[in-house]
Design a protein around this ligand. Sequence first.
Ligand code: TK8
Length: 336
Amino acid sequence: MKNSKLKAALMATVVCAVANPALADFKDRNFRVSNGVAEDHPVHNGMDAMQACLDDRTGGKMKMTGFWGGALGGDLQATQALRSGVQEAVVTSSSPLVGIEPALGVFDLPFLFRSNEEAYAVMDGEFGDFINEKLEKVGLVNLAYWENGFRNVSNSKRPITKWEDFEGLKMRVMQNNIFLDTFSNFEANATPMSFGEVFSALETKAIDAQENPYVTIDTSKFYEVQSYISETKHSYTPFLFLFSKAIFDTYSPEEQAALRDCAAVGRDVEREVIQTLNQESLAKMEEEGLQFNVVSAEELERMLEKSQPVYDKHKTEIGADVVEMVQSTLTEMRSN
Ligand code: TK8
């Protein structure tokens, strides 16, 4: 009897310690999170959810401050600041980082994913971990794969209904050779440019076109200086929630685990908000007078066929094994 009471008391202490780890494991932290997107992008909803989770886990000790619209630099610049340990975190597209980790280029291959579910299965599964290990070797801890999403084209000239409609369009692409080649191959006049320069380049007509998910075309106000939106869904690109490895390594295991777990909580909220807002953003932009069209399945198939040389050209630098890993996961998913 006495013994079992003692056991119960001991158990209670253990359970308590697990559920509420000594707050001594958490230091007062306030880290900066750099974002290229605007403050009303769903990344903000995701960060609010992540912060609520961190408050809970750390007794309010771990705080994040979001910086928006590239205030701490563009994707690539902010990521380099993480690698050199001068900045803590960034939510960045994977595409501008292929010079740092070429395997990330797999996400840039045109028409690779057909649905969000396919993208989630690849990113949140073994393949995502495989990429994360590579990122750690270049000084970056990917806390979770957030959503940038399926990309569509906006421009000031004409509806895009087939690849030939890209001919001669002055088009901004991300700083990424796969995107550059994809649209050059469609005979667009493609120019790599950082995200922060896009609005004014569209406004001054230095460029005619750009491509991004609807929520981004909306929240970054590109629709104000564009006339056509065409649903091409030509690629799904992720956001990576990256943390500086140099700084992460100075955090306690409990702090590191809280960051990873809460980034996953934020990811789920961010993805959900994007799903809802994408349609709202599109409806709003149509109301603002933009002409919208969906590219037919046949024409998307022709775009994919036309893009084969882009796959052939980039497979080696991405890593043939890397491309095959993703393709075999997708083939398996599609056969089920
Ligand atoms: C924001 C970018 C943006 C991306 C792009 O920093 O550059 O077009 O889609 O979301 O990462």
